[in-house]
Design a protein around this ligand. Sequence first.
Ligand code: OSB
Ligand code: MG
Length: 373
Amino acid sequence: MIISSIELREIRLPLIHFFETSFGRTTERRIVLARVIDRDGVEGWGECTAGEGPFYSDEWTDGAWSTLEKFLAPMVVGKKIEDASGTWLAMKPVRGHRMAKATIETACWDLAAKRAGVPLWQYLGGVQTEIPCGVSIGIQDSPAILIEKIERELAAGYQRIKIKIKPGWDLSIIEQVRQRFGNIRLMGDANSAYSLADTPLFQELDRFDLMMIEQPLAHDDIFDHAKLQQQIKTPVCLDESIHSAEDATHAIELGSGRIINVKLGRVGGHAEAQRVEKVCRENGIPVWCGGMLESGVGRAHNIAMATLAGFTLPGDISASARYWAEDIIEPAVTVTPRGTITAPQKPGIGYDVNLERIEELTARKEIIGRSQI
Ligand code: OSB
Ligand code: MG
């Protein structure tokens, strides 16, 4: 395929409820979307998963926008790309900036699947037609509010509850949740808020039979995580530390964790996510799909990725209505009473993009290459 233009848009999308992690609170998303159009007028959509500030990772909305506009989009426009995984090759001169790259890369996969006339999940080699879902619940103003939220999510059918933890909102919170909900699948995500000096705290957490503890230590570490894993029973799950299949290989060999969370943006798109999934599957490491408070476009890409065979644990992919008053895709993503999402049947990402809604939310727009619209 030959990409003739890439349209970048930044949309502003207010969250229904604030989302708080150990690195801060988000109330409104600033999301960069890419609409990639080929010479035949077929289009694909991708979403940048960078946050509003460089706190989860070093990428952020404005940084990703500049990188996309000045470097990445010009590297792809006008190029003949053999298949969607070749998009990565076209952008290879740029180091890092995986979330920015994934914006275009995932859009090219949507486009390629549409050209092939098949749903993206099938085009990627997915095998699961129904994917298990969990929820990620941020830090709340009180334990009572947290308990109430968990009740609501369990009633909706979600298969696993993840709660965000940070120093001061950890042991006692997990204890209260465990007391109230005896045998649910429960896990904690620290977003790098601790150090090896906190090992005794994690040893105490072992009592609560958590499915896993996600990214307890530094965002760029796999060495200390291995030391921690040796001293605790709860499986460590890596999120921030894994950017590639090579990172996954090294972490597995070091014993830095027993589970990996795969995020499309963090690893740079579908091709790299497939490589991470393969390395993990071949080494008996379960993976699950992480979330980045995505709008419908990113959510649809996550659903497609999570149909790959290695995604055996419930991921952070949940219904659009948990985040948005109105999503930017139609239909909105919904979850069955069994706590699953059914893979869509339409070609590409499998949902229609609501251009009118996107237009309303657009804060800026830039077209690189020849516009066909
Ligand atoms: O660490 O998984 C994370 C959201 C923003 C940044 C980092 C993380 C998260 C989540 C939200 O946990 C998952 C979701 O999209 O529901
Ligand atoms: Mg995480």
